[in-house]
Design a protein around this ligand. Structure first.
Ligand code: KG4
Ligand code: ZN
Length: 350
């Protein structure tokens, strides 16, 4: 089954072609081609994502990107069996672009359009790596808008173990970076600056690290960073040290809650997904803990950590394969003319 995936939930247009027959042994071999256009440069001058600009740019990018990967993979639109698109959560205007293009194309081709949950895409994106995890596993989902620990038994079987009560970890990175005068998106920039910083110069709180649950809270950290950066004696030379303290505080909390989740569920596999999963310190910290305690950590390939079409095409193919390999054949009659998007959508409700 050949599936085109389209991702437009935020500030990246992502498209991919996934062939489930070729991906039977390892999902990575089913990924025929994928391409991403990042809008970071466009939003940069506003210090964050401007939703209307994001939507308009998706309109310009999606179809040319689809043509590009189709040429790369040597397939035509008529070869497609389904089109998967991100239905939510995300920015409503941006989601509508992907949803309407996918639905229109699918209707024209007489094939199904498959709505996909963006976070399920992130959750399963490590399956597209050279050494994919087996089920079951604990997943730490850390994106710009979400911080969650999920217990994953199989595709579609997700139990929420804990989540942030306020800001997401990515948001804490982004907002702290802004206070340090760094460009959007702040996570990678703050992480680079932190490499020059001296440890231990600033003491920042580790919110809820000692709470008995698996929930997170990052808004207090943001306030502490603001107070430190506004202190009268805070100068330019202090910025790398504060950046380092921020990164260490966020990573410390993420790592200790992940270990607690593994302990509580008795699992020995941890999957880390979402943009913050690209963070080097988070990776080295979790890898060191894994070596000490005898569990394994799985990450998506670096290029699939942030938003991409590959994870959407993969989930579309898995969902279709699981639900109805048989009725995929007569999908001409099931191609839908209507669609909705879900800017807010609980993953555990799947
Ligand atoms: O998953 P993602 O690409 O988009 C959403 O679905 O939100 O995640 C974006 C988030 C941003 O907050 C960004 O600052 C953060 O991931 N991020 C990082 C790094 N790379 C991306 N945070 C820390 N360190 C990084 N290297
Ligand atoms: Zn994302």
């Amino acid at each position: 089954m050949l599936v085109l995936g389209i991702e437009t939930s935020c500030d990246e247009s992502g498209v991919a072609l996934y062939d489930s027959a070729r991906g039977r042994d390892t999902p990575l071999s089913g990924l025929l081609a994928h391409a991403i256009h990042s809008q970071v440069a466009m939003h940069n001058e506003y210090g964050g994502v401007v939703p209307e600009l994001a939507s308009r740019d998706h309109i310009r990018r999606v179809l040319p990107l689809v043509q590009k990967i189709a040429a790369q993979a040597g397939v035509g639109m008529k070869d497609l069996d389904a089109i998967a698109y991100t239905q939510g959560p995300g920015l409503s205007g941006a989601l509508l672009v992907g949803a309407s293009i996918a639905t229109a194309l699918a209707y024209g081709l007489g094939i199904p359009a498959v709505p996909v949950h963006h976070l399920e895409g992130h959750l399963l994106s490590p399956l597209l790596s050279k050494d994919p995890p087996d089920f079951p596993f604990v997943a730490l989902l850390v994106s710009g808008g979400h911080t969650q620990l999920m217990q994953v038994a199989a595709v579609g079987d997700y139990i929420l173990l804990g989540e942030t009560l306020d800001d997401a970890a990515g948001e804490a990175f982004d907002k702290s970076a802004k206070m340090l005068g760094l460009p959007y998106p702040g996570g990678p920039a703050l992480s680079r600056l932190a490499q020059e910083g001296k440890p231990g110069r600033f003491r920042l709180p580790r919110p809820m690290q000692k709470s008995r649950d698996l929930d997170f809270s990052f808004s207090g950290l943001k306030t502490a960073v603001m107070l430190a950066a506004r202190a009268a004696d805070f100068g330019d030379a202090d910025r790398p040290d504060l950046a380092r303290a921020v990164e260490e505080a966020i990573v410390d909390v993420l790592a200790s809650k992940s270990l607690a989740a593994l302990e509580r569920t008795g699992m020995a596999r941890l999957v880390v997904a979402g943009g913050v999963g690209a963070n080097r310190l988070l990776r080295t910290t979790l890898d060191a803990a894994a070596a000490r305690r005898g569990f394994r950590v799985y990450y998506p390939e670096m290029e699939l950590c942030t938003d991409n079409g590959a994870m959407i095409a993969l989930v579309g193919a898995l969902r279709l394969g699981a639900s109805a390999a048989a009725d995929a054949a007569d999908t001409g009659t099931r191609a839908s003319r209507g669609f909705t998007v879900k800017p807010r959508w609980d993953l555990a409700s799947l």
